[in-house]
Design a protein around this ligand. Structure first.
Ligand code: BG6
Length: 503
């Protein structure tokens, strides 16, 4: 990935246009990310940010939104003395996505602001909009002449997840986007790929000679990928009802983690090469269909319980959730990558809301040693090594090895060799959106989803969705909020003589 080297020259002046700028993403992630990029001196010498949404705001009010967003969500607080200089780059145009006149006005304002600042037409359009609005927005951009980039400049578009809700709708969206923008100008964002620890997966694998020779079915028993969230759906019940854990987390973030874990060594860090190699994994994912879905996919919903923040009322009582909802808030999957390297190695995936804590990791469970010497007694089997990459929180990695307890007897215990980003490197890691926005501004697509990958992921996920629909199950297991998920997920992995890791 491009992160292999230093970024040298300052990027060319540009404008970031956020469509849907009144939403939470802008306030919580995008504006704080832009502010931190500015603080780090990584933005072009001249730039502008133009918010566009239906909400009744003007430049001043949008700047106040930014101020509040930075105060609440930025990794660094605003510096009073330099804030006025920063906020002079923020603008807002009010308009509705289905109003062509509003896009004409948007263009007029962009031309005006860019002329003042010497920005020669480079534009990034961030579609922070629901999937149903993507088509309209893209068409309006085209009609208003905003999708064209005059000679030497660029018009790039960032598409937020979810891109569709199944294979068919994803293809439709991709077709519409492709009818207006070239694939090289389309940046489908998956913020997990911007996380520091996720990026370090390839470095871990391909910059250390001790791991890669063992990274295959001969030495690895299985892989566990966990993305656990402590929070419930909070205020996002309306969106989540239509999505569920499979669409919300597995189709994108978790399959990307799986790709980085399982991919073959790319022959270069070029964006296309890395993305081709990730496709190699998606192409080998064993389809789950029919009864396989019942055996290898567990879905469940959180019921009442307790989390760190107190009593949780249960998913069906959350705001904007149907009392009889069958949307899953937890999913566990036993997946296989049917190729030479991974033949027969299960990839156990689990993700859920209202679990006991926020904890995400990729754990490689190596096979045990032969049943001789210290491992001769099946009653006291020596545990196989585990390499766990912690994505969040406490980013780092742990290698679990077997060692002898001090004393006269040969009692073997597992101990952890630990590396922690926070203690090994000074300073905070940038937020995922900082890295990703900067990549779009410099035109590096390595960390973005290519069309074929989005559709291959949907194809696999759609097989599961179809299986659920065919089995017609209206009932789904419940787990108490604050627990580690349903007993069915324990049974699935235990049926194979394995256990979920305790996190
Ligand atoms: C989003 C999902 O993509 O990722 C949310 O829509 C989820 O439901 C979030 O909470 C998790 O992201 P992070 O970075 O907090 O792990």
């Amino acid at each position: 990935m491009s992160g292999a080297g230093e970024r040298s020259a300052s990027p060319a002046p540009c404008t970031i246009v956020i469509l849907g700028a009144a939403g939470d993403l802008t306030r919580r992630k995008l504006l704080p990310a832009i502010y931190n990029l500015e603080r780090d001196g990584l933005l072009p010498s001249s730039y502008a940010v133009m918010g566009f949404a239906r909400r009744e705001l003007d430049d001043e009010a949008f700047r106040a939104v930014a101020r509040e967003g930075v105060a609440s969500y930025s990794r660094r607080p605003a510096i009073e003395a330099t804030w006025p200089e920063f906020e002079r780059n923020l603008f807002y145009t009010r308009g509705s996505f289905d109003d062509p006149e509003a896009f004409v006005e948007l263009k007029r304002r962009l031309d005006e602001v860019e002329a003042e600042r010497g920005i020669a037409g480079n534009r990034v359009f961030y579609l922070s909009v629901p999937p149903s609005a993507i088509e309209t927005c893209v068409e309006q951009l085209q009609v208003a002449g905003l999708a064209e980039a005059p000679g030497g400049s660029y018009a790039r578009v960032i598409v937020e997840k979810p891109v569709g809700r199944d294979l068919e709708s994803a293809r439709e969206i991709n077709d519409v986007v492709a009818s207006v923008f070239d694939e090289e100008d389309v940046f489908r964002i998956d913020h997990y790929l911007g996380k520091e620890t996720v990026q370090s997966m390839l470095v871990l694998r391909f910059s250390n000679s001790i791991f890669e020779p063992l990274w295959n079915q001969k030495y690895i028993d299985h892989v566990q990928i966990t993305v656990a969230e402590e929070e419930g759906v909070g205020t996002r019940g309306g969106y989540y009802e239509e999505a569920g854990a499979l669409r919300d987390m597995v189709q994108n973030h978790i399959l990307q983690l799986l790709c980085l874990t399982a991919m073959e060594p790319p022959w270069s860090l070029d964006a296309e090469v890395v993305r081709d190699h990730k496709m190699g994994v998606l192409n080998c994912l064993r389809p789950l269909r029919g009864t396989e879905v019942d055996r290898h996919v567990i879905r469940a919903q959180y019921g009442p319980g307790r989390s760190g923040e107190g009593d949780v009322r249960g998913y069906r009582r959350e705001d904007r959730v149907l009392p009889e909802s069958t949307t899953e808030t937890y999913v566990a999957i036993q997946a296989y990558v049917d190729n030479w390297r991974w033949s027969g190695v299960p990839f156990y995936i689990r993700t859920g809301k209202a679990l006991p804590k926020r904890a995400s990791e990729i754990a490689i469970q190596f096979k045990g040693v032969p049943p001789v010497l210290f491992n001769a007694n099946p009653e006291m089997a020596v545990a196989g090594n585990v390499l766990a990459l912690r994505i969040q929180p406490d980013e780092g990695l742990t290698l679990q090895i077997a060692t002898k307890q001090p004393g006269p007897n040969a009692i073997i215990s597992p101990v952890d060799m630990d590396f922690n980003y926070g203690t090994s490197f000074a300073g905070q890691s940038p937020e995922a959106y900082e890295r990703l926005l900067l990549d779009v501004v410099v035109g590096d697509a390595s960390l973005f989803m290519r069309r074929d990958a989005v559709e291959a992921s949907w194809q696999w996920v759609t097989g599961i969705l179809d299986g659920w629909q065919a089995s017609g199950a209206r009932w789904l297991p419940e787990y108490a909020a604050g627990s580690w998920g349903p007993v069915e997920a324990e049974r699935m992995i235990e049926a194979e003589g394995r256990r979920w890791r305790a996190l």
